[in-house]
Design a protein around this ligand. Structure first.
Ligand code: ZN
Length: 262
């Protein structure tokens, strides 16, 4: 799809993934042709955070978030948080993350995940940066931790719950705390309950993202996802909200600019 009037920010990509190693230039070019004018690429560990900064230096349209993903906590020490803090001072770093809790797999060390999440939340508070939260099958623990953090930090604009796939009750809890909710290609999967949920979310808290190379939209399921495919998510959101693609692009862009101070 090539719509010259569209302007979209992909608020969550993993451009440092091996899947993009061979054709990153072409992927970025296709994104720009589709109307994606900025891409926030998220680190998942120290090395990955260094890589996303290098990408942000190479491409003017790419911004970086640095952090440690809950599935990448093996061997992580508090010293690594100091390294993340150093990286976060780079002028193109707009958030801390991807951080969070993932209790999906049976043998994860939940206490360790919680500890490393709390270290990063404290750092976000210190650096006054928004956070990008990954939450999978850990909602009650997550709400508890974020509530404590927000009470302590007094932040009005704490960050985004990325890849939101929950019910409206939990959506309201996160909204009440000040979070934005980001949605990806999965909102177009057949019978997705999220289509109803999106209608209940204030438009000034909606963000779009790809989480590429993961979670492709229905049309590309089983294939690599990339930022250009975000137009399919925008189209779906347009249909759900009964508006135009330009309006969804404009509103979600304004939201992303406000949250990430772009
Ligand atoms: Zn991600």
């Amino acid at each position: 799809m090539n719509n010259p009037k569209l302007s979209i920010i992909d608020t969550h990509a993993h451009m440092d993934a091996d899947e993009f190693a061979l054709d990153c230039d072409a992927v970025i070019a296709r994104a720009m042709e589709s109307g994606v004018n900025r891409i926030i690429t998220c680190g998942t560990g120290v090395e990955s955070s260094e890589k996303v900064i290098a990408l942000a230096e190479k491409y003017s349209q790419v911004y970086a978030a640095v952090g440690i993903h809950p599935q990448e906590i093996a061997g992580v020490l508090q010293a690594d948080i100091s390294r993340i803090a150093e990286l976060a001072k780079h002028p193109k770093v707009v958030a801390l993350g991807e951080m969070g809790l993932d209790f999906h797999r049976p043998n994860v060390d939940r206490n360790r995940q919680i500890q490393i999440l709390k270290w990063q939340l404290d750092l976000a508070n210190e650096l006054k940066l928004p956070v990008i939260i990954h939450n999978r099958q850990a909602t009650s623990e997550m709400i508890h931790i974020l509530n404590d953090w927000i009470t302590k930090s007094h932040t009005q604009s704490p960050g985004v719950i990325h890849c939101f796939q929950e019910n409206i009750t939990n959506a309201r809890i996160f909204l009440e705390m000040g979070f934005y909710l980001a949605f990806g290609g999965y909102i177009g999967y057949p019978n997705s309950p999220l289509q109803e949920i999106i209608k209940g979310i204030p438009e000034n808290r909606l963000l779009v993202e790809t989480d590429c190379p993961y979670l492709p939209p229905q049309k590309y399921r089983g294939k690599r996802n990339e930022p250009a495919y975000i137009t399919l998510t925008v189209e779906k959101m347009t249909e759900i909200l009964g508006t135009t693609a330009e309006q969804v692009g404009k509103q979600t862009t304004e939201n992303a600019m406000r949250l990430f101070k772009l």
